[in-house]
Write a protein that binds this ligand. Sequence first.
Ligand SMILES: O=C(O)C[C@@](O)(CF)CCOP(=O)(O)OP(=O)(O)O
Length: 325
Amino acid sequence: MLAVTARAHTNIALIKYWGKADSELMLPANSSVSMTLDQFYTETTVTFDADATADSFVLDGVRQDFLATTKITRFLDIVRALANTASFAHVESVNHVPTAAGLASSASAFAALALAASTAAGLNLTQQELTRLARRGSGSASRSINGGFVIWHRGHDDASSFAEPVQVNPNLNLRMLAVVLDHRQKRVSSRQGMAETVATSPYFPAWADAAEAASHAMVRALTGSDFAEIGAMVERSALMMHATTLAANPPFTYFQPETLATLQLVQDMRAKGLPVYATMDAGPNVKVLTTADAVLQVQDQLAAALNAPITVCAPGPDAQIIKEE
Ligand SMILES: O=C(O)C[C@@](O)(CF)CCOP(=O)(O)OP(=O)(O)O
């Protein structure tokens, strides 16, 4: 039995994915652009076993229950169909992603699973095919197959909704700081939050149109040298995404008091001349975009003001196979 281990890094969206056009195929309502992070990743080992009578799933050393394993089985069913095999598999995954920072490990987890499972099943998928497979596990996982900066195309069907790396001016030297807050907020999952927004928020159609245009503007901006233009688009995309939830019915928000306090802190730091912009996902935590030249000063000021450990992330690598045995 071939055991294949893959490592994939998580990513933070610069232009957010928020809302599905098709929840079966996980097709997004808009394109999105992200930065893969070098500090946080998932390692997943998949072993197909002809003698196994069901899939098994161990996460961070703990055997997972039926519900969690079913999510993996649904994903492995896609791989089995592609590989024309009926064998069940043993899946072992370790997340090196602090959930307290509001970093969704589902992106790195399904990207690592897509690469490990397809390889263990004897498939030799292209990068683009891997992004489409990862997308079936979690939309943002499509963006963790490639390192660096990535666009996930909205597309209109399974074949056209793939992710690919985008060219970035190397002199931009972007860095993303993750604020690892101690307490963990009960978070409405991205999947649930975006479903409610799509179904009930009158702001959603405007969001989808604006985010589609912003994704293409971001790809152009990343080839340039205007950090302020990039940062302003990043902060605006996050705030526009969160604005849609305030108009959902019933309204909801991921913001907590410390979210707004941190957002204000970042804007105050910017007003004093630091190159810093904020972004938020489906949780209360704030991530901060800056440049390599300013990162140590920004990290010190954020850590002092927030009294929280800050992780500095540079652009991360492609997902890769790290062991086959
Ligand atoms: O990452 C972004 O673009 C923005 C978000 O993180 C939210 F802020 C969405 C991530 O959604 P995901 O977890 O991929 O949902 P799934 O497709 O239902 O699994």
